[in-house]
Design a protein around this ligand. Structure first.
Ligand SMILES: [Zn+2]
Length: 257
């Protein structure tokens, strides 16, 4: 299995990061994609990637919650680092209006610029969308037919929202521990998304799946998510892990053995 979205480079893991990687390997997690958040976190992302160059891949971008008044300076400083570090995606990018709508316009501009990076570098995007699907779709609509491929990570929208996204392109959807939560409706979108467009992710350190809900999340929890998805879709565990692995490998052009 592949964890397509994990922040195990962050300080929550400073005391036991090597053990976390070891547990992921023991849980049959073959590879971990590390999406960046801001200019500062690139140092931590790259340090972890250099320590585990074949086991991890990096995505570089400015997270919507890190967009504020100086986002243009951040983007200008970040852009050359994408040429330098060979990321597998631009991410995570997107719009988040859940806690704060102050920087709505700036978040839309930052998303527009970073989707252009995807085009320039021929990379997919990793999209973070929280209370902001209309804004994201309106930015995407500026691109018409030339939209890059990508994944809507931690997607918690409705079936209608999956369909609205799909009007713009044949995108992937990332599913994490939220799908296992009793009150979550994410299980309803699984058959609509279908195994051929589903990615597994943890979003560590957040959103640990049942039975580890509430604890710090880590990549070794991927099998819990895979098992739950398999039950919901009436498929074998192996079919889900193989299909979702292939989706990550295709989208991010991963070279893993
Ligand atoms: Zn994330």
């Amino acid at each position: 299995m592949i964890d397509s979205h994990s922040h195990i480079y962050c300080s929550d893991f400073d005391n036991d990061r090597d053990l976390v990687i070891e547990r992921a390997k023991q849980a049959a997690v073959r590879h971990i994609v590390l999406p960046n958040e801001n200019l500062e976190s690139i140092t931590q992302v790259m340090a972890l990637h250099r320590a585990h160059p074949t086991y991890t891949s990096v995505a570089l971008g400015l997270h919507p919650e890190d967009v504020d008044g100086d986002f243009m300076q951040q983007l200008t400083a970040m852009r050359p680092l994408l040429n330098e570090h060979n990321p597998v995606a631009v991410g995570e990018i997107g719009i988040d209006l859940y806690w704060d709508t102050t920087w709505r316009e700036q978040q839309m501009q930052a998303l527009d610029i970073q989707l252009h990076w995807c085009k320039e570098l021929q990379l997919p995007f990793i999209m973070h969308c929280r209370n902001a699907l209309d804004e994201i779709l309106s930015v995407m609509d500026n691109f018409g037919e030339t939209l890059p491929q990508g994944v809507f990570h931690s997607f918690t929208g409705t079936v209608q929202e999956v369909e609205a996204v799909r009007k713009r392109g044949d995108f992937y959807f990332g599913v994490n521990g939220i799908v296992t939560f009793k009150k979550s409706n994410v299980k309803e979108i699984l058959p609509v998304v279908g195994l051929d467009r589903l990615l597994l992710e943890t979003d560590s350190p957040y959103l640990a799946p049942v039975p580890n809900r509430g604890k710090r999340n880590e990549s070794a929890n991927i099998p819990h998510i895979a098992r739950f998805v398999a039950q919901q879709l009436g498929k074998d565990f192996d079919e889900v892990s193989t299909a979702t692995d292939n989706n990550s490998i295709t989208l991010f052009r991963l070279k893993i053995t």
